[in-house]
Ligand binder design. Sequence first.
Ligand code: SAM
Ligand code: DTB
Ligand code: SF4
Length: 340
Amino acid sequence: MATEIKNTWTRAEITEIYNRPVLELIYQGATVHRQYHDTGEVQVCTLLSVKTGGCPEDCAYCPQAARYHTDVKVQKLMEVEEVLTAASQAKESGSTRFCMGAAWREVRDNKDFDKVLEMVKGVNGMGMEVCCTLGMLTEEQAVKLHNAGLYAYNHNLDTSEEFYDDIITTRTYDDRLNTIENVRKSGISVCSGGIIGMGESHDDRIGMLHVLANLPEHPESVPVNALVPVEGTPLEEQPRVSVWEMIRMIATARIIMPKAMVRLSAGRVRMTVEEQALCFLAGANSIFAGDKLLTTPNPEVDADKEMFQILNLKPRPAHKGKDTPQPVELHQIPGTGILV
Ligand code: SAM
Ligand code: DTB
Ligand code: SF4
């Protein structure tokens, strides 16, 4: 029997899963993972910051907020051609999803948005899954993006509703949920997750997972980011999160949202191959590749290629099963209780 897909999780149920002994949790994450996904496949996504810095928001983690003094240089929206060149390089190097990020509070109906729609059309035309993360969206804007060929939209909850005000004051949790709803209504696939290591409690992490897992439909992808502390931001001094905390988040997300792609996102640059392997075992099946995330470093492309070889992983093809993998039958190894 495959694990049930439901959106009626209680906080107590999620707390119980999150707090299981870590090795047991990994085993259970791995079991659910193989019920719903090909465990030899990892989705490879490339990020590109198409508009960088100068953002009016006050997200405490973010090097692109205009009010903090970081090394990020403000760059206006890139030209469509430059973006398409970067996308074709990403495709060459094995990425099947291309995600364009803009340091905007929200999308405005102006020439810049028209340019982004052109970028979406162009990247979609290359056969890659196109994703954008542009801030808040209305339903009409979401429909325009969908019609241009947008496959997914990333809009993170970032943390629990209770801790949110400690991190961001310039928009509300409900604003975030609203955008996610607009994306869902337009038919675009939803990518939403959060960040750990910002000073939140375990209960805040559980709270965020609770909201995600109880959305009317689970997000098709759930990024789990470890904070990249950047000099000049209010969170610059935050201590590094341990890999065991990433594993707890990943395995819990995998168990409660079995069909989602769980993305081991920011923070890989400080992880060994062995640590990342544990994350894949616990249920992560997607990464960002390329030596830069939006503005901070990520592992070198060659290092990731070597990791895929060592771990016998292959990149997941674009548009596979339209991100809605079906459960597969499990078989018991005779004489054991092990399901494969
Ligand atoms: N401006 C848009 C927005 O905030 O929705 C899109 C870009 S924003 C940079 C996308 C996401 O990147 C944020 O929601 C946050 O989860 C993540 N992020 C930003 N800075 C980060 C950092 N220093 N460490 C980890 N994740 C980070
Ligand atoms: C997500 O959850 N993580 C990515 C993507 N969605 C847009 C962004 C990580 C950004 C890390 C900080 C930076 O490079 O600026
Ligand atoms: Fe702006 Fe997005 Fe950074 Fe917040 S996370 S400051 S909205 S770019």
